[in-house]
Unconditional design. Structure first.
Length: 219
């Protein structure tokens, strides 16, 4: 019985430790973003389904300095992956991109974002279902907002990309972004042999490598 009594206590301790680590990661990420902005870098934040996929795609692009997987748009501070997966926190899985606008502009990032996920399925990407998998752009400037809204209007035209359906991508001012746990970062590169990576992420990466050859790193 004594062992059983300790289990809830241990669970609480580990939960608190995880929360503290998440908070530290968020503070470090915020400092990194501020330093990057001082160096002439800009920030873009996209939610387009599983962040493993979105991260892998944008890491291919020249001018992208870093891609951080995380959570945004919810009601609880410093959420964990488990909490977000339950679908009750309101967060979306997203990536925050630090990029050099002299090498790649926001419009080009938008094009790649829309070309590598389905913006017509509400709260869903393939078999990943839930509000955490919604399609949403979190803008950091008024220019990003205007460009995103104009781009979506073009996509609404039936001939554009052949969607033929309403684009449900949201455009929202970026609130606090919370970096995900360490094991989510650079996930695809470290887990290419996993089934999900092979069947879902690899085709997206290959599409980018084929369609955007001139914009890839090391070209």
């Amino acid at each position: 019985m004594r062992k059983l009594m300790f289990l809830p206590i241990l669970a609480t301790i580990f939960s608190c430790m995880a929360k503290e680590k998440q908070e530290q990661a968020q503070q470090l990420h915020s400092k990194t973003i501020k330093m990057s902005e001082q160096q002439g870098m800009e920030t873009a934040t996209f939610a387009g389904g599983c962040f493993w996929c979105t991260e892998a795609v944008f890491l291919e692009i020249d001018g992208v300095k870093s891609v951080v997987s995380g959570y945004i748009g919810g009601k609880n501070p410093n959420p964990t992956y488990k909490e977000v997966c339950n679908g009750n926190t309101g967060h979306a899985e997203a990536v925050q991109i630090t990029y050099d606008p002299k090498k790649v502009d926001f419009g080009e990032l938008l094009e790649i974002f829309f070309a590598t996920h389905d913006p017509t399925t509400l709260n869903r990407q393939g078999n990943d279902v839930g509000t955490q998998y919604r399609s949403e752009i979190f803008y950091h400037t008024e220019a990003q907002k205007e460009l995103s809204e104009a781009y979506i209007q073009e996509l609404q035209k039936e001939s554009t990309y052949g969607f033929g359906k309403k684009v449900v991508t949201g455009v929202t001012k970026a609130p606090t972004f919370y970096p995900a746990e360490d094991y989510h970062q650079n996930y695809y590169a470290q887990n290419k042999q996993q089934a999900y990576c092979s069947y879902v992420i690899t085709p997206k990466v290959e599409k980018v490598r084929e369609k955007y050859k001139a914009q890839l790193k090391h070209q």
